[in-house]
Design a binder for this molecule. Structure first.
Ligand SMILES: *Cc1c(COP(=O)(O)O)cnc(C)c1O
Length: 431
């Protein structure tokens, strides 16, 4: 099994010590299931290893775009970590969950004036400003309110996380952030320092997602800490926070490596402390922004099989009662997932097929080249593993399909965290 919260008990798939077939019988199909204990454990790994490595001022921020609903923000609050938010909707959800908004960091490469005013109304602690225009817009709104807004500046350090090389232009060419290499990063630093209603707390970068190469964060940290030193030398500005973004990879299939995040953070912090010594600067308060690695392996999706189609000499199709409306990631980027027949784990997987959804779209595919038991048939249960990140968050109502509920399991007991949508929910805004 690809994660430790999965078990095969007499051929049946148990998740978070719960029989998945029982869950689908109790809560209906299809269904997202989340393991609350795993979410908390993942948050604690970041929280505790960052505190141990970087000191008490360090804090993980849960990148809530990966999975956003009220209960998640309650859990983040209880675990004492911060959050990233990227829209009025995420801010609203977090606020209604009672999240302390001074620990919220507002991202997005294009915050409208309305977004900025909304976030200030809600007391969002930090804005992560993407470029000079955004610094101006935040300054203007903060001035109008007679307040001082804390910000980080989002910079592009020029690192491609997947090529194992520092690239001089590749990742500078991004819709996000301001490039160090072009001098734009320094220019917006000067601009922010000159704004009376802005408190520049430090800098941010995010090199990518599904990162397994261990020194990516070290290379990013080296570029960012060197920039911090240069700003200190040239402008007398000592950054107090450095946010290195998210992106640690997770296991979708057996082919993905296992990464030990506590160990990674341990070596990253040792590297950064030494480098700060060499550069003659104080270690800033470090932030990391894990999204996927907090929630992905804490989730799976359960479906019922519909038709099983064998096209002799061509292909086999197994249709399920969900699809790209609950998991668009294969359609979007050919993402790999592990698919299991939840009550037939002990049968040989000899039937190679495409698992497809119910939407009117040929691209509505959950996964291709899946091996399932040859006995797979209507009403069997399929489990797609590691769907906790970017599935519910990206779900749609295409074909007017209702979104699935999210059932959480806490200490072996399931509860509904998000209820199943109904057709009436779909017409709520129709006039
Ligand atoms: C998407 C994103 C994250 C989270 O990335 P994961 O791969 O889910 O960990 C963090 N920070 C920023 C700025 C992002 O855009």
């Amino acid at each position: 099994m690809i994660a430790t919260n999965l078990e095969n008990r007499n051929g049946k798939l148990f998740f978070a010590r719960t029989d998945t077939a029982e869950l689908i019988r109790a809560f209906g199909s299809p269904l997202y299931v989340m393991d609350e204990g795993r979410i908390r454990a993942n948050m604690r790994i970041y929280r505790d290893s960052m505190a141990a490595g970087f000191g008490g001022g360090a804090m993980p921020l849960y990148a809530s775009k990966a999975l956003s609903f009220k209960r998640i923000y309650e859990i983040a609050r209880e675990e004492g970590i911060g959050i990233d938010v990227v829209s009025q909707g995420e801010i609203h959800t977090a606020e209604r969950a009672g999240f302390p908004m001074e620990k919220a960091y507002f991202h997005s490469n294009n915050k409208t004036d309305e977004d900025i005013a909304y976030a200030m109304d809600k007391g969002v602690g930090y804005f992560v400003a993407d470029c000079g225009e955004e610094v101006d817009a935040v300054e203007k709104e903060a001035a109008r309110r007679g307040m001082r807004q804390k910000i980080l500046l989002r910079l592009t350090p020029g690192i491609d996380p997947h090529t194992y090389e520092a690239v001089s232009t590749g990742k500078v060419d991004s819709k996000f952030g301001s490039a160090i290499e072009t001098g734009q990063a320094e220019a917006i630093t000067e601009k922010a320092l000159g704004c009376p209603h802005i408190e520049l707390a430090g800098f941010h970068c995010h090199v990518g997602s599904q990162v397994f190469v261990s020194d990516v964060y070290m290379r990013a940290a080296r570029v960012m800490l060197t920039f911090i030193k240069n700003m200190k030398d040239r402008h007398g500005y000592a950054a107090s926070e450095l946010d290195l973004g998210g992106g640690y990879g997770v296991r979708y299939t057996e082919a993905d490596p296992v990464i030990d995040i506590a160990k990674q953070i341990g070596s990253l912090s040792a590297f950064m402390k030494e480098l700060c010594g060499e550069l003659g600067i104080a270690l800033p308060s470090v932030r990391l922004e894990p999204g996927r690695s907090i929630v992905a392996d804490a989730g799976l999706t359960l479906y019922r099989v519909g038709s099983v189609k064998r096209i002799p000499g061509y292909k086999n199709y197994v249709s399920v009662d969900g699809g790209m409306t609950d998991n668009p990631r294969y359609a979007l980027y050919r993402s790999r997932y592990t698919v299991l027949a939840a009550e037939k784990l002990d049968e040989k997987e000899t039937f190679v097929c495409s698992v497809v959804g119910r939407c009117c779209e040929s691209g509505d595919i959950i996964q291709e080249n899946v091996s399932l038991p040859a006995s797979i048939a209507r009403n069997d249960i399929l489990a797609v593993l590691t769907t906790g990140a970017y599935n519910y968050a990206m779900a749609s109502n295409y074909n007017r399909i209702c979104r699935l509920p999210v059932v959480m399991i806490k200490d072996g007991s399931p509860y509904v965290a998000v209820r199943r949508e109904t057709p009436d929910d779909l017409i709520r805004n129709d006039l």
